[in-house]
Design a protein. Structure first.
Length: 114
C-alpha cells in the first residue's frame, strides 16, 4: 500500500484565499488602467475641442471685422451721396439704392438682428 499524501485541511483554503487575493488585485489593476485611459482620452478630446472652438471664434471674429469694415465703407458712401440726392430732390433714387445695398449685402441686417 502506498501511503496517502497528507494535505493539511486548511492548505486548500489558503490557496483559495491567495488566488482570490490575486484575482482582486488583477481586477483592481485592470480597473485602474481603464479609468486612467478614460481620463487621458477625455483630456485629449477636451483639448482638441478647445482648439477647434478657438479656431472657429477667430474665423468668426475675422468675418465680423470684415463685415463691419464693408458696412462702414457703404455708410460713408451713402453719406457722401446723400448730399447729391438731397440737392437733386431724387428720393426714389436714394431709396432704390438702399434697397439694392441691403439685398446685395445681407450681412448689413445681421448686426442689427444681433
Amino acid at each position: 500500500m502506498t501511503p496517502k499524501s497528507e494535505v493539511p485541511a486548511d492548505g486548500g483554503r489558503k490557496n483559495r484565499v491567495i488566488q482570490r487575493g490575486m484575482l482582486i488585485l488583477a481586477l483592481i489593476i485592470v480597473g485602474f488602467v481603464i479609468v486612467y485611459h478614460g481620463f487621458v482620452t477625455r483630456r485629449a478630446i477636451t483639448t482638441q475641442e478647445q482648439q477647434q472652438l478657438l479656431t472657429q471664434s477667430r474665423v468668426i471674429s475675422t468675418n465680423m471685422h470684415r463685415l463691419l469694415e464693408s458696412v462702414d465703407f457703404v455708410l460713408q458712401g451713402l453719406v457722401a451721396d446723400q448730399f447729391g440726392f438731397n440737392a437733386a430732390g431724387d428720393r426714389r433714387g436714394a431709396i432704390g439704392r438702399l434697397k439694392a445695398l441691403t439685398n446685395a449685402m445681407p450681412g448689413i441686417r445681421t448686426p442689427a438682428d444681433l
